[in-house]
Design a protein around this ligand. Sequence first.
Ligand code: ZN
Length: 236
Amino acid sequence: MDSIYKALAEELKKSNYTVVMTGAGMSTESGIADFRSRDGIWKKYDPMKVATVNALENDYDNLHGFYSMRDEARIQRKPHKGHHILAEWEDKELISSIITQNVDNFHHQAGSRNVFEIHGSIDKFRCKDCGEPSDRESFLGKEPCPECGGKIRPGIVLFGEPLPEKELYGALEEVKKAELVIIIGTSLTVYPAASIHSNTDGRIIYINDEYDGHKKFDMVIEGKVGEILLEVDKFL
Ligand SMILES: [Zn+2]
């Protein structure tokens, strides 16, 4: 196995512009449940009832309960060694940015700076009507917006909403510039996030606990994300 870790380390050293893309599999090793696996969140909750624009407008209590639970789960966890290694790689200028589908804020917590949160962040809150920035306590306490009396929502992208333009275009620009894209912990099933990497002319490496073989990559490493990054780091 050592040779594949070394090969990835060599790719990192050779590339002048490397972008990392992360999905739910990056955070499962921190104890955050993913969405679509056997024990995933969407097996227990119907996303149409708790995570849509319709729920926000017509079933706020359901949505509020769901995201209060998600917020609680996140507060109890923290970034793992893999998050910290990625932050170190940015410091050492081995990677330029991280594009993440995760809303848990772990990349920021680990010290990464150039992060594109294309599905938003559960660490940001705003009024659903006037957009006034708000905070966690106001959301959890169901306080009305001081500006307009509207309800406070989490700053994540709900089903039925477009991805935030600034983050999405920023992510696309990064991928276009990339000589190397490393995809970590995503089954690449949720669009448009799943198609962003196809905008690169660079090499693409895929790291995940499972690989179904449907999509082709220049290199695939199967296993636990945190351990793989740790092994690769030994060659840098
Ligand atoms: Zn408001």
